[in-house]
Design a binder for this molecule. Structure first.
Ligand SMILES: Cc1cc2nc3c(=O)[nH]c(=O)nc-3n(C[C@H](O)[C@H](O)[C@H](O)COP(=O)(O)OP(=O)(O)OC[C@H]3O[C@@H](n4cnc5c(N)ncnc54)[C@H](O)[C@@H]3O)c2cc1C
Ligand code: SF4
Ligand code: SF4
Length: 939
């Protein structure tokens, strides 16, 4: 319940933002209380903003009611800067416009664009954005710029600060500035004269203070995100330039970044990498000093403990385990515009360090598979330790920088501090060329004594970094709440006072992300620590990094996988402690729809999780626990008499189809919509793409004279659902498959009792695991029998079922999906003629997980003149048949589909009937099986 000023704010916001984007229920405020760091603050209100006008309205109202606001992009921050106990302003899915400028030399990006997507837009121009955090596949431009995030290659030269080409800013009072628009700049200089004067005065003050100006310049030669970007005040003279550069690294405390223009950097096509092993860390660091002057793009340091944490990873050389305890590794990458230049680089690099002792000979590889594996291993170091941690503890990553000449000594000092404080498992790695070290360790925050240990450890670390080496306490992850108490220690009183003045000039009422970067409480870094209780073995390794969120179909509707985990952890914690039974029952009640009902259990979250968590598996387990005895009996009845059930359902679908014909689309839609509302969403939503029942299966047929056979297993969905009322081709999917097989000269053999068979997916995904397993065993036996134990190729026409069969059936049975079948059995026996149309193709999640993306593309390109696979349209969220009951999940998941499809595309193809229906409904284009396209394109 919102109270006081939050309640007033909420009601005022309702005139600008729809109710469903003003979130204040107990469950979602809890789950939005998490970013990737180890702090938790629960916001009173989460506001999902869709455009600049809404941000302006929110900021003006927050000002009016004196309520603090914090911005959130992807929430992958590590220092506690993307959380709030007040209003959390969340970027909705709409902030994704971009513009390529000057042939790719520059790019204008809205803040909700994922960093890696910006690079996809730039790839055709051989360019990329400069900043390259390891989190680039999830982190968004707003967060990348606001944190001044950087990574392995960009160093200081190519970070957001150095590659900034302009910015649109919304300030705390709701006023705006577009630094790429001359007129707007002039108007701003007039309307915000006092602000610009104050900025200029600050800049002048520093420039006249030579020692301070020199110190600032010197400190920013290193990566440094501790405190504000004071270098803006010494590097520029124009107040607008200073303002936009101060915004970089300001962590949402100075204003909202509504657009960023980046000057892009070259993406060289030729690359090679080497894992170089040195006898000790000192020699490795000596090598870094030499490599700094070579043509290298990245040099990553890994100490022995870091190597040990990944030595068992698949594909890594076995000699890793045999290296001496003191060995250290540099992972080096060099890039070039041509193969010849690449080879020159490799020779020069190898020569440059030839005089140093090595633990192993230097070898480079330009094989993308090999070097991608090396880099993935490096990127996985942080999660690797997370994976090894004791349940209930937190994995912490720190991020410091030293001048490169101090790197060796500083690394040894860090290792000594690990020993002194008993962090024996801690690992060190980092961007050595920039003197940027990360150290990762596991920390228990459940015991006061452990918190005290962490406190003294951090005191020693900060003292060492600042007083011994004059280094940076945060090189790239941002100050957040974690380093806020140490900003003054690093920068000194004079510079700290200037930072306070900056904050005061931009945000005089201290409403933007207060407590981040600057905080009065010296112990704030030990407060609001996030609990990480054991909750379920399927999710206990989760480090709450948020990398899984991008693929989740329910992310814009209800919860993301990370949020499902956060909530389940809290529900478990409250159940075990008995702490707050009212909150517990409220969370459980909300979780039933938000967490369980609207999960598509497609497992797409696992595809980007660094510790391989499939949150869908947790949801399946919870569904299993939740199934009532009555529901279980009904499921058993359906499973045992599946053929009869399907016949009955076909009959029902045909009645619905006839009613549709009689009543027309509008009446049918209104009538079923009303029924659905009355039933509380239990009656499926009818749509114009509700298929009619499929034709009954034909008996086994033999083609005259054919010497080859295939076993065809039509899924239960293909046997049930026929064509749409609007379909021109009235043949069912099964009939199309028959046509194709006969054309290619194959007999079709159906498994015995096919009408009763099912791979079990439809049951297990709803929590009826036992029934699902039984159906799977039945089907496995039937296809083993009919295929002579897999001698005859087995074709399944529905991708999710192919995946399930490969997961649970005897692996010796080779089961082909439609695209594999086309490439292996049709390509050479049929003549393909491209249809003269543009067609859309949707790759189901199951096909992606099976690595069949390219197969579908290849087959579609053999069949149609133009094939469009929208790159950022992921899971359709239809989830088998869930889309009938929860159409809102599909609608939300496909909210970017129509923008991605040109009007000229009027048809689409896929390999899963559920996906096809969902895609048809949302796009109002007929999606059907890829088999139809293949059949049309072949003779
Ligand atoms: C496993 C892992 C690896 C990582 N590796 C790196 C790395 O190599 N290098 C690195 O630098 N970081 C790294 N990070 C940290 C983090 O991913 C980056 O800093 C990233 O840029 C944050 O982007 P985000 O979209 O998640 O932003 P968020 O976390 O949502 O927000 C970041 C900050 O920006 C503010 N903000 C967000 N949007 C706006 C906006 N539109 N206007 C103004 N302020 C805004 C927020 O208030 C917050 O203070 C890593 C994180 C994880 C979990
Ligand atoms: S499930 Fe995996 S990807 Fe998602 S937040 Fe947890 S660790 Fe990160
Ligand atoms: S299984 Fe799918 S819907 Fe469920 S949490 Fe994972 S990605 Fe989201």
């Amino acid at each position: 319940m919102l109270a006081g000023m939050y309640s007033t704010l909420y009601h005022d916001l309702l005139t600008h933002i729809p109710e469903d984007r003003l979130i204040h229920d107990e469950l979602r405020t809890l789950t939005y209380g998490t970013d990737a760091g180890f702090y938790r603050l629960i916001p009173k209100l989460v506001v999902k903003v869709y455009n600049e006008e809404e941000v302006i309205a929110v900021l003006k109202l927050c000002n009016r009611h004196n309520v603090p606001a914090t911005f959130r992009a992807a929430g992958t921050s590590l220092s506690g800067q993307a959380i709030s106990d007040s209003v959390l302003v969340l970027l909705g899915h709409t902030w994704n416009a971009y513009q390529i400028l000057d042939g790719g030399q520059r790019i204008k990006l809205q803040p909700g664009i994922i960093g890696a997507h910006a690079n996809v837009f730039l790839a055709p121009f051989g360019r990329k954005i400069g900043p390259d955090p390891a989190s680039i596949n999830s982190a968004m431009i707003g967060g990348i710029a606001a944190n001044n995030a950087s990574g392995m290659c960009c160093g200081v030269a190519q970070n957001s600060y150095k590659t900034l080409g302009g910015m649109k800013i919304i300030f705390a009072d709701g006023s705006t500035l577009d630094t790429n628009d001359q007129k707007n700049k002039e108007a701003f200089l007039n309307s915000h004269k006092p602000m610009c004067d104050s900025i200029l005065a600050l800049s002048k003050k520093i420039k006249e203070n030579q020692p301070l100006a020199d110190r600032i310049r010197d400190k920013f030669k290193m990566k440094n995100t501790n405190g504000y970007s004071l270098n803006a005040l010494v590097d520029f003279d124009d107040p607008i330039d200073i303002i936009e550069h101060l915004m970089i690294g300001s962590e949402g405390t100075l204003g909202f970044i509504a657009e960023v223009t980046y000057n892009t950097v070259v993406e060289h096509p030729f690359k090679a990498s080497s894992m170089m092993f040195f006898p000790d860390i000192k020699t490795a660091c000596d090598a870094v000093v030499i490599l700094k002057h070579q043509n290298v793009d990245a040099v990553e340091l890994m100490d022995r403990a870091a190597l040990r944490s990944v030595e068992n990873k698949k594909g890594l050389p076995s000699y890793l385990k045999e290296l001496d305890d003191s060995v250290a590794c540099l992972l080096v990458e060099t890039r070039a515009g041509s193969k010849e230049n690449l080879e020159n680089n490799i020779n020069e690099i190898t020569q440059s360090i030839a005089s140093l002792p090595m633990a192993r000979p230097v070898e480079f590889t330009d094989d993308p598979i090999e070097y991608t594996m090396y880099w993935n291993i490096r990127k996985g170091l942080f999660p690797a330790l997370g994976n090894m941690r004791e349940i209930g503890t937190t994995v912490i990553i720190e991020d410091v920088a030293f001048r490169i000449e101090n790197l060796a000594e500083a690394t040894l000092d860090l290792q000594k501090l690990f020993k002194k404080h008993g962090y024996y498992e801690a690992i060190i790695f980092g961007h050595a060329l920039e003197g940027n070290l990360h150290f990762v360790f596991n920390q228990d925050f459940n015991v006061q004594q452990e918190i005290v240990r962490y406190r003294y450890f951090m005191q020693d670390v900060t003292n060492m970094v600042v007083h011994k080496y004059d280094g940076a306490l945060k090189a790239e992850h941002g100050t957040g709440r974690n380093m806020a108490p140490f900003v003054e220690m690093e920068w000194g009183k004079e510079a700290y006072e200037i930072m306070k003045e900056i904050k005061n000039i931009f945000d005089p009422n201290n409403l933007l992300n207060p407590g981040v970067i600057l905080h009065d409480d010296p112990l704030i870094y030990l407060k609001n620590l996030k609990p990480m209780p054991a909750a379920h073995e399927l999710i206990d390794k989760c480090i709450e990094c948020g990398f899984c969120e991008i693929h989740c179909p329910s992310k814009d509707l209800t919860l993301t996988p990370r949020q499902r985990i956060v909530a389940w952890r809290e529900i478990t914690r409250l159940s075990e402690t008995g702490e707050n039974s009212i909150l517990l029952s409220r969370l459980k009640e909300l979780y039933s729809y938000q967490g369980i009902e609207t999960c598509a259990v497609d497992g797409m979250c696992a595809t980007s999780c660094p510790v391989d968590i499939d949150t869908g598996k947790l949801v399946k387990k919870l569904r299993e626990v939740n199934t009532s005895p009555t529901a279980n009996s009904i499921a058993t009845m359906i499973a045992q008499g599946l053929g009869t059930s399907i016949t009955g359902m076909r009959y029902g679908m045909n009645i619905a189809d006839a009613t549709h014909k009689m009543l027309g689309e509008k009446t049918m839609s209104a009538m079923t919509g009303a029924l659905r509302r009355v039933s509380g969403g239990l009656i499926p939503q009818w749509t114009r793409y509700m298929p009619r029942g499929a034709a009954a299966l034909p008996k086994n047929r033999m083609k005259n004279g054919a010497s080859l056979s295939v076993v065809y297993v039509p899924s239960c969905v293909s046997r049930l659902m026929g064509v749409y009322r609007t379909s021109v081709d009235r043949r069912s999917q099964v009939q199309v498959m028959e046509s194709l097989c006969y054309k290619a000269g194959y007999n079709i053999i159906y498994p015995k009792d096919i009408n009763n068979l099912c791979c079990g997916l439809a049951f297990s995904s709803k929590g009826f695991v036992r029934q699902g397993d039984e159906k799977a065993r039945e089907m496995e036996a039937a296809i083993k029998d009919v295929s002579n134990n897999g001698e005859i190729p087995i074709i399944m026409d529905t991708s999710p079922c192919v995946q399930r069969m490969r997961d649970v059936f005897d692996p010796s049975l080779k089961i082909y999906d439609p695209s594999e079948f086309a490439l292996s059995y049709l390509k050479d026996r049929l003549s393909f003629q491209k249809v003269p149309r543009s067609v859309a193709v949707h790759v189901p999640c199951s096909s992606r997980k099976l690595g069949l993306d390219n197969n579908l593309k290849e087959v579609a390109e053999m069949c149609a003149e133009e094939v469009i696979i929208p790159p950022f349209v992921k899971c359709c969220g239809f989830a088998g048949d869930r889309g009938f009951i929860r159409p809102e999940l599909t609608e939300s998941s496909l909210n970017n589909l129509n923008d991605a499809l040109p009007d000229s595309v009027t048809e689409g193809y896929s390999t899963s009937r559920g996906c096809e229906i969902g895609l048809s409904v949302v796009s109002n284009r007929e999606y059907k099986s890829l088999l139809y396209l293949i059949d049309e394109a072949t003779l």
